[in-house]
Design a protein around this ligand. Structure first.
Ligand SMILES: [Mn+2]
Length: 240
């Protein structure tokens, strides 16, 4: 079984504990083929809030001891994650900005999704200067507090812009839907994205799929994919 999680933004304590419990369970279960994390898992931008360090450490502790392959797709809030993951020294974990994953006979395209959008000028700067693999490896030359400050400044701006402005939100969802169509046309059997905080499970007439886990603290949705025979299940975790 393959499990897909995304946008957990682990600052909501109760929901964070629920997610960590599932990750703990799946990462030590021999029946798990792979765990896919779609980015913005920890969210360095709000890491000043209560409880973040405990959740941060618990999350990395699970990754460190995972016994199953884990694909970490980097989100726009996952600054420095590649270097932190490298320090865990677990060869089962791989980190990517975008990635094509082959599952059985199917090719699945994975990316967090912020790279699809070019909505504000500030965000364009953010992408050009910070959100690239070169910067991700360089960022650990700076103290973590500085990284957090820069990330906060550039990333919260776009976050607010999208939350407050319904036009920008509609623009984003439309851009995502076009992107998915394009990837389907290119021949991918599946596309998995994050970032919009809007859950999605769509299928094309020729059985290609698009998955988005939405926003974990609200939706508490993950996907369980059974490769052969192919079956996708949307799993909702209860609030109690
Ligand atoms: Mn994001």
């Amino acid at each position: 079984m393959i499990y897909v999680f995304g946008d957990s933004h682990l600052w909501h304590e109760f929901e964070a504990r629920q997610l960590l419990k599932l990750l703990q369970q799946f990462s030590s279960d021999p029946k798990t083929d792979r765990i896919i994390l779609m980015g913005d898992m920890l969210d360095v931008c709000v890491s000043g809030q209560k409880g973040w360090l405990t959740q941060f450490q618990a999350f990395f502790n699970i990754l460190k001891h995972t016994k199953v392959p884990l694909t970490y797709i980097l989100g726009n809030r996952d600054f420095g994650a590649p270097s932190l993951i490298k320090q865990l020294d677990n060869p089962l974990i791989e980190c990517h900005m975008s990635h094509t994953l082959k599952i059985g006979s199917k090719e699945i395209y994975l990316t967090h999704g912020d790279i699809i959008l070019t909505s504000t000028r500030k965000y364009k700067w953010f992408r050009a200067f910070l959100r690239n693999s070169f910067m991700d490896s360089l960022i650990h030359c700076f103290p973590y507090s500085i990284v957090r400050l820069i990330a906060r400044y550039l990333s919260l701006h776009s976050y607010k812009a999208h939350r407050m402005n319904p036009k920008l939100r509609a623009y984003a969802l439309n851009a995502f839907s076009k992107f998915v169509q394009k990837k389907w046309t290119e021949g991918f059997d599946g596309v998995i994205l994050g970032h919009t905080h809007t859950p999605a499970y769509d299928e094309s007439p020729s059985d290609q799929f698009y998955l988005n886990c939405g926003f974990w603290p609200n939706d508490k949705l993950y996907y369980a994919i059974q490769p052969e025979p192919w079956h996708i299940e949307a799993c909702y975790v209860s609030s109690t």
